[in-house]
Design a protein around this ligand. Structure first.
Ligand SMILES: [Zn+2]
Length: 115
């Protein structure tokens, strides 16, 4: 991460996840005591928040194959369903569309090929 933009995106990711967690906890505190209606509203809050978070992440981040270096994008569903980790700047377990190998792809900020 040479310039400030990728770091800003990682900070944004942290901020959005933090806001989501706060909304879940606060929503649970106020909605869950309302019995079934509250539980349904809380589940809707959780699902809608998760969809927005995953769509944003899929739109803003790309992936670099650890084997051939190919940079590619994935769908929000692929972003949601794939295994991921946070070591070495973040990775996702994906199949590279170029070399067809299953790899731990490095998460990179979309629009930047090298940083
Ligand atoms: Zn590859």
């Amino acid at each position: 991460m040479i310039d400030g933009k990728p770091a800003l995106k990682w900070l944004k990711t942290f901020f959005y996840v933090l806001v989501y967690i706060i909304l879940l906890v606060a929503g649970g505190h106020f909605l869950l005591p309302l019995k079934s209606t509250g539980v349904i509203l809380w589940m809707l809050l959780a699902i809608i928040g998760l969809i927005l978070l995953v769509r944003w992440h899929a739109r803003c981040f790309s992936y670099r194959c650890s084997d051939c270096g190919h940079i590619f994008h994935i769908s929000p569903l692929g972003d949601f369903l794939s295994l991921q980790g946070v070591t070495r700047g973040g990775w996702k377990y994906l199949r590279c569309p170029h070399c067809r190998k299953k790899i731990k792809a490095q998460v990179i900020s979309k629009g930047k090929k090298d940083f």
